[in-house]
Write a protein that binds this ligand. Structure first.
Ligand SMILES: Nc1ncnc2c1ncn2[C@@H]1O[C@H](COP(=O)(O)OP(=O)(O)OP(=O)(O)O)[C@@H](O)[C@H]1O
Ligand SMILES: [Mg+2]
Length: 1004
């Protein structure tokens, strides 16, 4: 029953009858007996109501290539008329049109898509009907070399290594066809084939994935679907993306509220995970067609899926027109990213060879072809198959084939063959009737796919003539019915629509877009979910003063929708469209207020994407257009700006602007905003190295906030840790993490957990610290807070370093650096680098350390703001330890002195103690043992003041080497026992036990 090639069967109701693909024809509850062929004829006609169907087409569809005479069809029609009590002379259902065919004339109820054609669990799924969309009329020819490469890639993919094949080439060269052919063959051997594409207007967020996965959700057996969703943690993130999934699994878990950046990461993760589990039973091909029209979010999703590290038997095939990529196109960036990825294979398609062009000739013009035609056509089309077929149709339609046949071979070029694809299409279009041309122009304005209802609503032609005009274009193979969707058509090729659209004058195009927008508006009036993106697109294209309001309204709402769906780039694009339409409105306060609001929303979109520079720019613009009397709004915007400045490491500007935010907050009596402004100022203090001042300001912010939460709650424990006030740090850290649990604020949660972990780790509460860091890291992973995940990982590395677990430190610090690199988050890249340096120094790996030192110093030099003083101080300590390791005692001494000086001036006791320990060792190295003992004793005293047992043990070890006494020795041994028993697990305990320091302490 696959007459429409789609695999989708639909139910049709008309009059008292209901025609169902599996249950047959019914009237009420009674089944009517009709032969299967007659049923197929009825289904074919009734699912194309109002359209003239030629007898040949009907026979071809129903008898599928079996030669039968017209009488077979006539007897089916008779049987149907009898059953339906219809009359040929005065038909109610099936009309005969002399010499033209049949037409189903009754009204049909909206055709409901049949419920999912669910395959039994574990069996291969039907391929997406989008495979071969637009109709495939000729056999597939050539491309042996490309197919061989693709088969190799497929073998790797099927073995669990995800792969991406990129097919590039000019329009019409055969990218889509090659992808479809390859996928169809794999589908026959039980691969799951999903298909999605991008449209020129880019109106749907993540379009190719949405199309592909909606199909999957539709056909996958429910038990499998549920098992797969359970395996990926519920899949709640997918609800807003895939309506079909919500229909199949209405009890999809709700998505926890999180900040947008994290939500989007989760969405990417979930899509990647679903594809991985879905490809576990049957390897999967996912075709993403026309990536040259993909927007950035779609490409980011693609990149995320390709970068996922788990095994998946997944092969994505992406196609794109190489010559249509502007330098700034997001695909260019992605291609550059993928340049040296072994999992990405690029194939550039060239024209078909002459022998294959000959194949196309045989298929299109049959016996009208002649010996040299292939050469002439290959020459003038460069073997571009789309061009070839259109050219042949053109030549056949105009009768030029015969003329060419007799022209002398040299004169063939002069016969005026169309020179390009668009020209040949133009010439073919010009042979259609005026009505058909007009209809196609309107359709081209609607989009690549269009429904008759919009054309009808445009009211250009009476219904009958409209249908005839459409039939004419279908006959000319310029458009085709969309499989499985009644009254919907698609241009058989994007190039045909592009030609028509390009031929319209600007004035006409603008007017038509407006009319299409209005028609869609009328048709969808009162619907709860109007097609906002389409409406926005058409009204923005209409670009005129009197439609501007609509354009702005729809574009703003489409932007909000995109933001809700986490397509933030797209949201920003829609808001920009709204801003452009504002140009058509007269200037004035209303205009300004809207502008301000739209820029503010764009700012939020960029903030969600961690694009701080763009966010700042948009806030600035919002402020420029803000009514000076709106003080409270101004305060909110300035506050947002301060946050953006802080995250982009611009502390100077935070210092400049936070006081303004504070003054405004006081003016409008918003103590929550005032408290936040104070907290941002506290960050500036701590960045300049004034830790004590920063702690005091945080106290002020916390007091001012009352019961509200401020960034001070989460950040103050860091300053407390740095000044070794760990007891206070732990108390405040626990308070903050408690607030975090009810906050749904990922940034706040990550800061509070990791700062609590730091304090616990330096108080000897190691098991608790490990738990808290684990929680932070899991949280960061789960909600995709990448920069802060990197930061928490690096802080966790620091705690392993404290207890001489160098292996653990190295693993975590490397992971943190990787994360920081991919999130483009310089501060952690530096901090984790310093932890690695200390690890290498203490493991005596000098040459590794030297190379890393240069890189880390360079990173510090290019990363301004924030913790410059802290990094400088820590690097000083690194250099001191490295010099000591090299035996360069003088240099070690100088660096250690500097480290001590800086630590004292900033109030950083831990590094003062470390500096003193290194200094003592250096002095010992140059024979000044007496001085060395004094410094070692100072080191012990400072370390004791920090309440950090591991630091104290390190200091005691340094002292014991020089000047052991029983008390120190007993103290060290007690610390050894204390730390050992507090460590979270046996692995760390073993590494601690086997460390040089502990071995030595135990020997002494
Ligand atoms: N190898 C082939 N054998 C037979 N027909 C082919 C072959 N390659 C392409 N065609 C036909 O040529 C036409 C254009 O091919 P296709 O749509 O795949 O081009 P494309 O490269 O995807 O173009 P676009 O960039 O516009 O999407 C289609 O009708 C297709 O069926
Ligand atoms: Mg294509």
């Amino acid at each position: 029953m696959s007459w429409d090639n789609s695999g989708v069967f639909v139910e049709v109701r008309f009059g008292p009858y209901c025609l169902h693909p599996t249950e047959g024809l019914r009237r009420g509850s009674g089944e009517l007996h009709v032969t299967p062929k007659s049923l197929s004829v009825l289904h074919f006609l009734a699912s194309r109501p109002g359209r003239v169907i030629a007898k040949d087409a009907l026979i071809a569809a129903v008898w599928q290539g079996v030669a039968v005479s017209d009488s077979a069809l006539t007897s089916c029609i008779k049987e149907l008329r009898r059953t339906l009590e219809d009359d040929a002379k005065c038909p109610r259902f099936i009309e005969t049109l002399n010499r033209r065919g049949y037409r189903f004339i009754a009204a049909v109820s909206p055709v409901t898509a049949a419920p999912a054609e669910e395959a039994p669990s574990g069996t291969p799924l039907p391929s997406s009907p989008l495979l071969g969309r637009g109709g495939v009329s000729t056999a597939f020819l050539g491309r042996e070399r490309e197919l061989a490469r693709m088969r190799e890639v497929w073998t790797r993919a099927a073995g669990g290594r995800r792969q991406l094949i990129l097919l590039a080439g000019e329009p019409g060269i055969g990218k889509t066809r090659l992808a479809s052919e390859f996928a169809s063959v794999r589908a026959e051997s039980a691969a799951t084939v999903l298909v999605g594409r991008c449209d020129e207007e880019a109106l749907v967020s993540y379009q190719p994935f949405v199309e592909a996965l909606n199909w999957y959700a539709r056909v996958c057996p429910e038990s499998d679907l549920r098992a797969q969703l359970a395996a990926i943690g519920g899949g709640g993130e997918l609800g807003s993306l895939l309506p079909e999934l919500l229909r199949r699994v209405p009890d999809l878990p709700a998505q926890p509220a999180m900040n947008p950046e994290g939500q989007r990461y989760r969405l990417f993760e979930t899509v990647a995970e679903l594809l991985a589990v879905a490809s576990a039973t049957h390897p999967m091909i996912l075709v993403c067609d026309d990536l040259h029209w993909a927007d950035k979010p779609t490409l980011l999703m693609l990149r995320h899926i390709m970068r996922a590290s788990d095994a998946a038997s997944l092969c994505i095939i992406g196609t794109y027109r190489e010559n249509e990529l502007a330098r700034t196109h997001p695909l260019v960036e992605l291609l550059a990213d993928f340049r040296s990825e072994p999992s990405v294979t690029r194939l550039a398609l060239q024209g078909l060879e002459e022998v294959h062009v000959q194949g196309l000739i045989d298929a299109v013009v049959g016996s009208d072809g002649w010996a040299q035609l292939a050469r002439v056509v290959t020459h003038s089309t460069n073997g571009n198959p789309f061009f070839v077929v259109e050219m042949l149709r053109h030549l056949a339609e105009t009768g030029a084939l015969a003329e060419l046949r007799h022209a002398p071979s040299g004169g063939k070029a002069a016969l005026g063959l169309p020179e390009g694809v668009k020209e040949v299409i133009g010439r073919r279009l010009s042979r259609l009737s005026e009505a058909s041309n007009r209809t196609l122009s309107l359709a081209a304005v609607i989009g690549r796919e269009f429904g008759i209802e919009v054309l009808e609503a445009l009211g250009d032609l009476p219904e009958g003539r409209l249908l005839d005009a459409i039939d004419e274009a279908v006959q000319a193979q310029l458009i085709a019915e969309l499989p499985g969707r009644v009254d919907s058509f698609t241009f058989v090729h994007a190039l045909i629509r592009e030609t028509l659209h390009g031929e319209l004058t600007t004035t006409r195009r603008v007017r038509l877009h407006r009319r299409v927008g209005e028609a869609i508006e009328r048709l969808t009036h009162g619907r709860p979910d109007p097609p906002l993106a389409d409406l926005a697109y058409h009204f923005v294209q209409a670009a005129s003063g009197d439609t501007a309001d609509k354009a702005i309204d729809y574009a703003t709402r489409a932007g909000d929708g995109a933001a809700d769906a986490l397509a933030h780039e797209e949201a920003a694009r829609f808001y920009d469209m709204a801003l452009q339409s504002l140009e058509f409105k007269p200037p004035g306060p209303e205009n300004e207020a809207l502008r301000c609001e739209l820029h503010a929303r764009r700012a939020d979109a960029f903030g969600a994407l961690a694009q701080w520079t763009l966010q700042k720019m948009e806030i600035e613009r919002a402020l420029q257009h803000l009514d000076p009397l709106k003080i409270e709004r101004r305060c909110e915007l300035v506050e947002k700006m301060v946050g953006a400045l802080f995250f982009s490491l611009d502390i100077r500007s935070v210092e400049r602007l936070a006081p303004e935010a504070l003054a405004l907050a006081e003016q409008v009596q918003r103590s929550d905003l005032a408290a936040n402004a104070i907290a941002w100022l506290a960050r500036a203090r701590s960045a300049s190295g004034d830790l004590r001042g920063s702690i005091e300001m945080d106290n002020a912010a916390i007091a001012r906030a009352g019961s509200a939460r401020t960034i001070a709650h989460a950040m103050q424990p860091l300053s407390l840790y740095l000044t070794a006030r760990t007891r206070d740090g732990i108390a405040q850290g626990f308070r903050a993490t408690k607030m975090a649990r009810s906050s749904h604020d990922a940034t706040f949660t990550m800061y509070s957990l990791s700062h609590l972990g730091l304090n616990l780790g330096s108080m000897g509460r190691y098991a608790e610290a490990a738990t808290v860091f684990d929680e932070a890291r899991q949280f960061g992973h789960k909600y995709g807070v990448l920069p802060l995940l990197a930061r928490a990982t690096s802080m966790a590395a620091g705690f392993h370093l404290n207890v001489f677990d160098f292996t653990g430190t190295e693993a975590l610090a490397l992971e943190a650096r990787e994360l920081a690199r991919s999130a483009d988050y310089a501060p952690t890249f530096v901090s984790a680098g310093i932890d690695l340096l200390l690890t290498f120094a203490r493991r005596h790996e000098l040459s590794t350390a030297e190379a890393l030192l240069a890189e880390t110093e360079a990173a510090v030099a290019t990363t301004p703001g924030w913790h410059e003083w802290l990094w400088r101080l820590r690097l000083c300590q690194v250099r001191a330890e490295l010099a000591l390791e090299r035996g360069a005692y003088d240099a070690a001494l100088a660096e250690a002195n500097e480290s001590i000086r800086q630590s004292q001036s900033k109030g950083r006791p831990k590094y003062e103690a470390l500096g003193l320990i290194t200094k003592a060792r250096a002095l010992h190295g140059i024979g000044r043992t007496h001085d060395a003992v004094a410094d070692a004793r100072d080191g012990v005293n400072v370390a004791r003041g920090t309440a950090d047992p591991a630091l104290l043990l390190l200091a005691l070890d340094a002292l014991l080497v020089l000047d052991g006494d029983d008390a120190s020795s007993a103290e060290a041994s007690a610390l050894d026992t204390e730390i050992s028993s507090a460590l979270p697990d046996e692995v760390i305990r073993r590494r601690f036990r086997e460390s040089e320091v502990v071995q030595r302490v135990r020997r002494l």
